[in-house]
Design a protein around this ligand. Structure first.
Ligand code: S3P
Length: 425
């Protein structure tokens, strides 16, 4: 797929549903009693992997495109799947499902694509084992395939070395079935969609500072869910709107949960003109329309507690920093190395190819901005967020940018290129 310098982007856009919330609505709906009707569900490949795993465990799920109806079987209603569970490219599916499977009365093997088989799973194997789980890496390399043999679990207080909602949610889900309370403390608060939705379904999750605590549940109860637009997908339109001179975009109905809204704070700190309109709450999650107008940006330092609230947006922020005046430092973001690709390495290589002044550091990067970008051939490494970042960067560069493996945007945003093109007309 090829991109050249764009004329101003104008108009309104509704972003597909939040990936994290879509996954959780199917998972929690499956283990709840009764029906969960999910509207604005994200039909990305990752969320379809979650649906397929739960169907294999005997859950009836009707996918009517925008609406998904899950006929939950209750907390103890999952059935042993007849085949291996395939989590595709999805870390959220792999790690959250593992927490549930650790407590069932059957054994199961789960795996995923080449990228998933390289991603660290020790981070969930360790706490689950402390709870009494039997979970093994089949190749003994700390990665998937994982073989899990369901056991009776007991609650723990786990202090996680990294702020990760996937680790936290995995442990909380196991905690639903454990004897006694289960607590997770993280260095910084990670996204709290599990805590919000579990409580919405009748569980008892309490949060104090960076600690989440769950009590074992008798049953969860299905409920209606309206999935907000994904702020991580909105980020590409926020960035395009800010960077392409003369642009003005209204991004409708986006989730602005404070554990996810770091991109808005960072853009404003860089001097961006962003207004939140129609602020509301859906199924416990705050939403807003985001109005973005182009303007000049300046570099800043990004690190510490804000990092988990914008972790998936850092590739786009790094590209934006190349066009901002002055220096941007991204630190405390070593987690980027273990995402769908090593996003520090891949960003530095590709931004450098476009003529940017970027330096890789141990836990982030240093970007000396203010130099124009030029078109280049970009290897997305089949990482959806890299492909979308460079599509936007390509619209701001002189000459032609070609993205290899561009179709990988299907993971989180199947209509991305069409939506981008629509705003160019
Ligand atoms: C997610 C948590 C984050 C994020 C991922 C989705 C989730 O991962 O990067 O895209 O849905 O819980 P980590 O928990 O590894 O930080």
């Amino acid at each position: 797929m090829k991109f050249t310098k764009a004329s101003p982007l104008k108009g309104e856009i509704t972003i597909p549903g939040d990936k994290s919330i879509s996954h959780r609505s199917v998972m929690f709906g499956s283990i709840a009693k009764g029906t969960t009707e999910i509207s604005h569900f994200l039909q990305g490949a990752d969320c379809l992997s979650t649906i397929s795993c739960f169907k294999k465990m005997g859950i009836q799920i009707e996918n009517n495109h925008d609406t998904v109806i899950v006929h939950g079987n209750g907390l103890r209603g999952l059935k042993k799947p007849e085949t291996i569970l395939d989590c595709g490219n999805s870390g959220t599916t792999t790690r959250l499902i593992s927490g549930l499977l650790a407590a069932q009365d059957f054994n199961v093997t789960l795996t995923g694509d080449e990228s998933i088989q390289k991603r660290p799973m020790k981070r969930i194997m360790e706490p689950l084992s402390l709870m009494g789980a039997d979970i093994k890496s089949v190749k003994e390399n700390g990665c998937a395939p994982l073989s899990i043999s369901g056991k009776k679990l007991h609650g723990i207080h786990y202090t996680s070395p990294v702020a990760s909602a996937q680790i936290k949610s995995c442990i909380l889900l196991a905690g639903l079935y454990a004897e006694g309370e289960t607590k997770v403390t993280e260095p910084y608060v990670s996204r709290n969609h599990s805590e919000i939705m579990l409580n919405y379904f009748g569980a008892n999750v309490k949060t104090e500072g960076t600690t989440a605590c769950i009590a074992p549940a008798e049953e969860l109860y299905g409920n209606k869910i309206v999935v907000p637009g994904d702020i991580s997908s909105a980020a590409y339109f926020i960035a395009a709107g800010l960077m392409i001179p003369g642009s003005e975009i209204l991004i409708k109905h986006v989730g602005i949960n404070p554990t996810r809204d770091g991109i808005i704070h960072v853009c404003r700190n860089m001097g961006a003109d962003i207004t939140l309109l129609e602020v509301n709450t859906d199924s416990g999650e705050p939403t807003a329309d985001i109005l973005v107008k182009s303007g000049s940006l300046h570099g800043i330092t990004i690190g510490g507690a804000i990092i988990p609230t914008l972790i998936d947006e850092l590739p786009m922020i790094a590209a934006m920093a190349c066009l901002a005046e002055g220096e941007t430092i991204i630190r405390d973001a070593a987690e980027l190395k273990v995402k769908e690709s090593n996003r520090i390495e891949v960003m530095v290589r590709n931004l450098s190819a476009m003529g940017a002044d970027v330096e890789e550091t141990e836990d982030g990067m240093i970007i000396r901005g203010g130099k124009p970008l030029r078109g280049a051939v970009i290897d997305s490494k089949l990482d959806h967020r890299i492909a979308m970042t460079f599509a936007v960067a390509g619209l701001c560069a002189e000459g032609e940018t070609e993205i290899l493996g561009a179709e990988c945007v299907n993971i989180s945003y199947p209509g991305f290129y069409q939506d981008l093109e629509r705003l160019m007309k």
